[in-house]
Structures are given as C-alpha cells and as structure tokens.
Design a binder for this molecule. Structure first.
Ligand SMILES: Cc1ncc(COP(=O)(O)O)c(C=O)c1O
Length: 405
C-alpha cells in the first residue's frame, strides 16, 4: 500500500488479475519457453501495431540485441542523445562501437532533427563512420520520428527508437497517427517493462521490427544463437539420421547469442498489464493535467517540461523544470526537504556523456541543451494509483518551499 508518507516518482500498479495470471503460469507446465511468451508478444504486437515482436529479459537486453542485429562493430559510431538512461549508450559499447553524443532540446530533453544534424555533421567532420542513431522517447514524449527518420534515410543510417518510457504514445503524421513501436519510422523499437515503467513484467523488455531478416536475427540472439529448425541446419552429417530425419536432440548454433529470454511468469504479468494500458493512459493523463493546472501559478520559476507538438504521450514520468538560479537553495536541498515529507523525487538524467566512463573515453562534449535540461529537471511523484489529493499535497509542499525560497 502506498500512503502519503511514501510517494515515489514512479511505481507499478498490480491488481488481483495480474496476480492470478502469474499464479496460473506457476501452476502450469511451463515457467519459461512456454505459450505465455507468444501470447505476450502477440498482445504487444497488436497494441503497438508492430509487424514483429521479440520479448526479452529487460530493456538493456533489447538495446544490446538491436546493436547486434544491426551488425554494429568497432569502428562504427552511433548518435545517442545525451539525456537518457545509461543503457541506451552502453548498448553501443557492448558491441565495441562508439557513441557520438547529441544535444537535446532544453525544454523537452528530446533529440530534435537539428540536434541530430549537428551531431552528424560534427561526427563526420571528425572522420567518424556514423552508422545509426538511437533516438529516445524521454518521459513518454516522442522525439519527432518523421524528421529523424527522414534525416536518417537521406544519410543512410539506421534508426533505433528507445521507447522504454513510451509504450502507448503516438505521434501525428500526414494521414494519421504513428504508434510508437510500429516501426514506421525506424528499423527497430526497444521497450523496457521495469516496475517504474508504464507497464511491468517485473523485469522485461521487447524489440519490435518490420524486416523479417532482423526479426530472425533477434530470435537467434535471444536464445544463444541456436536454431532447432531442420531447414536451417548446416552440418547434415550430425543433424540428420541415415534415413534423412532430423535427430530429435539436435540444435545448431550459427552465431554468438545470449540467454535474454523472458520467462512465462514475466510474460503472463506483461500480458495482463497490457490489458490495463488504456486505463493507465487515462489516469496518467488526468494526473498530468491536474499537476499542470495546480502548478500554473509557479511559472516561470517552475514549469512542466514543454509539450511536444503533434505528440500524444502516455507519460512515464512527470518532470518539471525549476529555475534554481532564482532560489536560495539548490536541488539537493529541495529533494531532501521533500523526501523528509515522504515525497520522493528524482533527476532523469545526468547527461550520459558526463559519466566518468564516457569522459575517460571521449573527453568533454559541448552540449548546452542537455546541460540546461539537467540543471533544472526534477521528476515528481507520478503513478496510476496516486490520488488527486496526493497531487495537491505534493504541489502544496512544493509551493511552500519554492515561494519561501
Ligand atoms: C531510456 C531507457 N533505456 C533503457 C532502459 C533499460 O531498461 P531495463 O532497466 O529494463 O534494462 C531504461 C530503464 O531504466 C530506460 O529508462
């Protein structure tokens, strides 16, 4: 039970139906590699309108598999917006490729076509072979997928959309809406279903894609690079009996792969959670509107992160931008004061290029938009079970500190 004294910035919503779905799997024959995996994949495919879905262990595994499926390797460079979780950039490093950090819009934290173009030109001028961009749908808002895709097509680079924050979000384009995950504007989309995300599998993730060849690669990468399909076997002498029948124990490994499978337990939870996505969406939208209205009179000292034109987000977080230069105290003091009252806030994110691992590798990047966003941003408590009254309490406490400060 969440009471007022513990209001986290994000929290899963689990009901009896979720619990029953998991218990049903626990009583069944398959805890993993069973039918719940396909059911979850089909459910996700339907909701995000994806041609292919590969469920996997977590969002980091999804990004790692995406890097491998694109055959990225040492010598290749990938553009990643600086404001994201570590995993987006790390997935590039997992395969020995390098990260060229792009600046973001200081009002939304998102990659823009302009930011992408500047990063691309700077990378090319520095002699780097840029192969891909990993765009990030931060907070649930969508980084303009049409402009990013058009730029990528013109320059012959791949696009992966990290939609860990954005299941259910859509974006307007000529003639309709793009559903995040449908891969109309990218090669692959990755999702995380960690408990703080909009829906959860406990730990879980997925990659969606359109091209059959990428899908087959992802399926292999998820499961040790091995196949049990006789039509794919390469060494007939050990694969088939003298009668030409496939040996019943046989499998073949054609490339390096991982155990990145999602269990049936996680998939059953994921499928049950998917059925609540519409409810989560409307509750999150209602909470965001309430916050927007109640915080209005704190502007310009505090303002919600800017809304992206044409985007219909399912917000994962509710971040605000606070002008701390106008206050006598800093963000850490505000966070501590709020935490003492049970209001647990968080900063999403320190620009990844500023992590010691990346400064050791690449030195400093000049990214004023990312730095400005980071300096001001704070995620407030935001989760479906939060009550209207709890939103008002958070706002009252914030006002008390900010207007006194
Ligand atoms: C933007 C982003 N990308 C990737 C990930 C990694 O997902 P996971 O924690 O499921 O590995 C996260 C999760 O925190 C994320 O927020």
């Amino acid at each position: 039970m969440t009471d007022f004294f513990q209001l986290p910035y994000g929290r899963q919503y689990i009901d009896e139906i979720d619990i029953e779905a998991v218990v049903e799997v626990l009583k069944s024959d398959f805890l993993t590699c069973g039918p719940a995996v396909g059911s979850f994949e089909a459910g996700l495919a339907k909701i995000v309108q994806a041609p292919h879905v590969t469920a996997c262990a977590n969002g980091t595994a999804a990004l790692h598999m995406a890097s491998m499926a694109l055959d990225l390797a040492p010598g290749d460079w990938v553009i990643v917006p600086a404001v994201t979780f570590l995993a987006t950039a790390n997935a590039v490093r997992f395969v020995g490729a390098d990260v060229w950090f792009a600046d973001v819009d200081p009002e939304t934290g998102l990659l823009t076509q302009d930011g992408l173009e500047r990063a691309y030109q700077a990378g090319i001028a520095a002699g780097k072979e840029i192969k891909a961009v990993y765009s990030v749908h931060l907070n649930g808002q969508v980084a303009d997928p049409v402009e990013i895709y058009n730029f990528a097509q013109q320059n012959n680079i791949y696009v992966v959309e990290d939609a860990s924050h954005a299941i259910g979000s859509t974006f307007e384009m000529e003639g309709g809406l793009i559903q995040v995950g449908s891969c109309q504007t990218c090669d692959m989309t990755t999702f995380s279903f960690h408990p703080v995300k909009t829906i959860t599998m406990g730990e879980g993730g997925a990659v969606t894609c359109k091209r059959d060849a990428l899908f087959r690669k992802l399926q292999l990468l998820r499961n040790h690079g091995m196949t049990r399909s006789p039509g794919e076997f390469k060494i007939n002498a050990q694969a088939f009996s003298e009668k030409g029948e496939p040996n019943p124990w046989y499998y073949e490994m054609h490339q390096i792969g991982f155990n990145y499978r999602a269990s049936d337990i996680s998939c059953a939870l994921g499928l049950s959670q998917l059925s609540k996505l519409e409810t989560f969406k409307s509750r999150r939208s209602k909470l965001a509107t309430l916050y927007d209205e109640e915080l209005e009179d704190l502007a310009p000292l505090l303002r919600p992160v800017a809304k992206v034109f044409g985007c219909h987000p399912v917000l994962h977080l509710y971040p605000v931008l606070i002008d701390f230069s106008e206050l006598k105290f800093d963000r850490a003091s505000l966070m501590k004061a709020l935490a003492a009252q049970g209001i647990l806030t968080q900063v999403h994110y320190l620009p990844v290029n500023r992590q010691p691992y990346y400064t050791n590798l690449y030195g400093q990047f000049e990214l004023p938009g990312a730095n400005a966003y980071y300096e001001n941003v704070l995620s407030l408590p935001f989760f479906p079970a939060m009550t209207d009254e709890q939103v008002s309490i958070v706002v009252r406490k914030l006002k008390k500190y900010l207007l006194a400060g």
